[in-house]
Design a protein around this ligand. Structure first.
Ligand SMILES: Cc1cc2nc3c(=O)[nH]c(=O)nc-3n(C[C@H](O)[C@H](O)[C@H](O)COP(=O)(O)OP(=O)(O)OC[C@H]3O[C@@H](n4cnc5c(N)ncnc54)[C@H](O)[C@@H]3O)c2cc1C
Length: 468
């Protein structure tokens, strides 16, 4: 072994400094591939959700010709807030979303975990300036509608064509082409289906190997409260200080909250156990049901919940690692929630779709002939399947860590987070935003670098087999 140049075979960051030699300001996170694609593809994307738009922007920036077909008559997002963690914001800012985020994003100073009954702080992750410094990208929160609007505007700026009121009713992945409800057929070099949890494409690609995302036994209420209402209550104003994220955790339930809309609106996701069929839910009783679920919790929290005027109840699904994402023809694939639905407990579902889009654009832009499309998609699938199945698992694990009833595990958990609250050094934490190993894996992940490394490795093997 060449001991001077060998890559470490153990987990370490001790050689990261070498990546800063050529680019001291950017640290480790510099995409090597900003260049335009060598082979240009005509790409059709199914679905203009956050995943479809992210992929469209990333591909168009490399010079591919991209059209999105979206079933909705108008573009937009329902729901309330969404977190944009650093692993995602780094890519979005690189794609030029910055100006569209201005005045819309909020940068929370930190994330506090709180005891369900008293609201006492039991865990704490400092986000500013820590995440910018460690991961070279901010941690944002934003209203979903603003996020979607920003992505939509950027997609149009970079030349993406978006066809609304265009429901896809069938695919031919061998050609590849798709058929819209109005009967028109559209062909391309590649079809990327970002058509969400209820994906039509997933069933066609996987056939009898399809695994539908499953109910998790949990549902979430999503709601917002005007910040000015909370400011008027002396018991509540502290919750808004420094735009912090606050997560109250207790027996089988939690409430994740933060300020959105440039600081004007307080957003809550209230997770609770729910085993019944969503088709039996009545949105008319959702507000009262929500209050019932959190009776006896921190009086400050329930006072905010009492200010909510309307709420929507969402089922929470999780997918499981799928057998494959790419159609047998190698000319179509699924991404985003269609490929890897997950519990929102790591706040990473859309972030994974952004990573998918970036990794896909990176690998497609590196290939030098159309024949390499199939192996490139297989490498993409392998890399992204690994990453997203780990995130699905991490999200499920948070459901375990957060939802202990008061007892020995809860006390051990709270004790494990105590050093981060007291500002002491720690090498492990039950808080997955703080645990040093989880933090680096989650937010330090460079989707472009990982897929590129896997592709270069595949090329080296192919070349050595050809020579051999
Ligand atoms: C309560 C909750 C909180 C969350 N919080 C976060 C968070 O903080 N951070 C985070 O990163 N993620 C979060 N997520 C996850 C995130 O919302 C999703 O992962 C993300 O929105 C998925 O995007 P997508 O584009 O893959 O799918 P979708 O948003 O479902 O988009 C699919 C699109 O395809 C269209 N479509 C579907 N079928 C067809 C068809 N046949 N023809 C044409 N168009 C079609 C749909 O109309 C839709 O526009 C949260 C999720 C929930 C439920």
């Amino acid at each position: 072994m060449d001991i001077t140049n060998s890559t470490p075979t153990y987990p370490t960051r001790s050689l990261q400094f070498l990546k800063r030699v050529d680019s001291p300001s950017k640290g480790a996170y510099v995409s090597k591939t900003k260049e335009p694609a060598k082979v240009k593809f005509k790409v059709i994307i199914a679905g203009a959700g956050l995943g479809g738009l992210a992929t469209a922007i990333a591909l168009a920036l490399r010079g591919h010709q991209v059209t999105i077909f979206e079933q909705a008559k108008e573009l937009g997002e329902v729901g309330a807030g969404i977190q944009i963690p650093s692993n995602s914001s780094r890519l979005l800012l690189k794609w030029g979303l910055g100006p569209h985020f201005e005045g819309k994003v909020v940068q929370p100073e930190g994330m506090s975990f709180r005891r369900w009954q008293s609201g006492k702080r039991i865990g704490y992750t400092k986000l500013v300036p820590d995440f910018q410094e460690k991961f070279n990208a901010p941690y944002y929160v934003i209203h979903r509608a603003h996020f979607h609007e920003a992505m939509h505007k950027r997609a149009l700026e970079v030349g993406v064509e978006i066809e609304v009121d265009s429901k896809i009713v069938d695919y031919d992945f061998d050609r590849p082409s798709l058929t819209l409800e109005n009967g028109s057929v559209h062909a391309a070099d590649l079809i990327v289906a970002a058509d969400g949890v209820k994906s039509l494409a997933r069933g066609i690609i996987l056939g009898d190997k399809d695994q539908l995302p499953r109910m998790t036994g949990f549902a979430a209420y999503r709601a917002t409260v005007p910040v000015e209402k909370m400011q008027a209550d002396p018991d509540l104003a502290w919750i808004l200080e420094n735009n912090g994220l606050h997560c109250w955790i207790g027996d089988l339930r939690h409430v994740m909250s933060y300020t959105i809309a440039g600081g004007k609106s307080f957003n809550m996701v209230l997770s609770h156990p729910e085993k019944s069929d969503p088709s039996t839910w009545r949105q008319e009783t959702a507000l009262e049901d929500m209050k019932q679920q959190f009776q006896g919790w921190d009086f400050r929290l329930t006072r905010v919940i009492d200010m909510v005027k309307s709420t929507i109840k969402w089922p929470l699904f999780t997918g499981y690692p799928l057998d494959h994402w790419v159609a047998p023809s190698g000319k179509a694939l699924i991404i985003g929630d269609a490929a890897h639905a997950m519990l929102p407990y790591m706040s990473q579902g859309a972030a994974m779709a952004v990573e998918d889009g970036s990794a896909l654009a990176t690998i497609l832009s590196t290939i030098t002939s159309k024949e390499d499309l199939v192996p490139a998609l297989r490498i993409f699938e392998h890399v992204r399947r690994t990453r997203t199945s780990q995130m699905q698992h991490a999200s499920l694990i948070n459901g375990r860590i957060w939802h202990y009833a008061d007892g020995p595990e809860q006390r051990a958990r709270d004790e494990g987070m105590r050093p981060e609250v007291e500002g002491r050094q720690f090498v492990e934490s039950p808080n997955q935003w703080s645990d040093p190993v989880t933090q680096e894996w989650c937010y330090g992940y460079d989707a472009d670098a990982v897929v590129l490394e896997a592709w270069e490795e595949w090329l080296r093997k192919r070349d050595s087999e050809t020579i051999g």
